[in-house]
Design a protein around this ligand. Structure first.
Ligand code: ATP
Length: 252
């Protein structure tokens, strides 16, 4: 089995004329949490959305280099991106459950794939909600609307919805920035548990969060990957002066 979920080689990305990423090289290990940090506008979200090719929804985007996902270059014209839709899940900054019941939210992907067997769907919903650490809170109200839950609960429903597709990678774009401190803590604890089953890549503005939840940290600045190393090292003894300045709050 490959050691890495992603091996990114010489990735460059342009929005029209504007280059947003420069020569990114990064190997993202399996079953670990990798945090992407850096000041606003440095390219964190762009990089993340490159990993599932979502960035290509923006008109005029050009991506060059290689992005190997489980050893296969997803930028190769012969690659079928359908695999990415199920195998690489994504959780966004603002919880975005569908205006449907909790059950329907989590069963959604499986139903689209044609699974109709009731006990199979129920099993999947229960397993996904348990893994997302929200089963106990919602098990008696699965048929009520997901939009009636608190923001933190909604975000865990969105994580359960991603899990139900049986991904191997979960991308998270500032998943706690809209949550209160207690909900944030719960999601952080959850992230730590999830890496047993999934590779997690999380963009965060919050350096404490990166140091609490991640094994590896990548520091981006002006579209470049300045440093990528073990989180402990990045926060205790970074190799680059710019990383040190950023983590000590001298800019950004
Ligand atoms: N859809 C877009 N069209 C054109 N330029 C874009 C688009 N999205 C981002 N950019 C530009 O690409 C650069 C990187 O943006 P990106 O959103 O990836 O940064 P970020 O580090 O995630 O920022 P933030 O922390 O503020 O979310 C910025 O210069 C931004 O203006």
């Amino acid at each position: 089995m490959d050691k890495y979920s992603y091996e990114v080689e010489n990735m460059n990305l342009w929005y029209g004329e504007h280059q947003a990423l420069y020569e990114i090289n990064m190997k993202i290990p399996k079953n670990k949490v990798t945090a992407i940090i850096g000041p606003s506008g440095c390219g964190k979200s762009t990089f993340l959305k490159g990993l599932n090719r979502m960035v290509e929804m923006v008109p005029g985007v050009k991506v060059a280099g290689k992005i190997k996902y489980n050893g296969e270059d997803i930028l190769n014209p012969n690659y079928h991106p359908e695999e990415l839709r199920t195998k690489v899940g994504m959780v966004f900054q603002h919880p975005n459950p569908f205006p449907k019941s909790i059950y329907e939210n989590v069963a959604f992907g499986a139903k689209i794939q044609g699974i109709r067997n009731k006990s199979k769907l129920e099993g999947l919903v229960e397993k996904s909600l348990k893994r997302a650490a929200i089963w106990d809170e919602v098990k008696d109200r699965l048929n009520t609307s997901a939009t009636g839950l608190s923001g933190g609960q909604q975000q865990r429903i969105c994580i359960a919805r991603a899990i139900a597709n049986e991904p191997d990678v979960i991308l998270m774009d500032e998943p706690t920035s809209a949550l209160d401190p207690i909900s944030t803590l719960r999601v952080e604890e959850l992230i730590q548990q999830l890496k047993e089953h999934y590779t997690i890549i999380i963009v965060t503005h919050n350096m404490q969060q990166a140091s609490r939840v991640s094994d590896k940290t990548a520091f981006f600045l002006n579209g470049e990957l300045v440093e990528f190393d073990d989180t402990d090292r990045i926060f205790s003894n970074p190799g680059d002066k710019r990383t040190e300045d950023y983590i000590s709050g001298r800019f950004g």
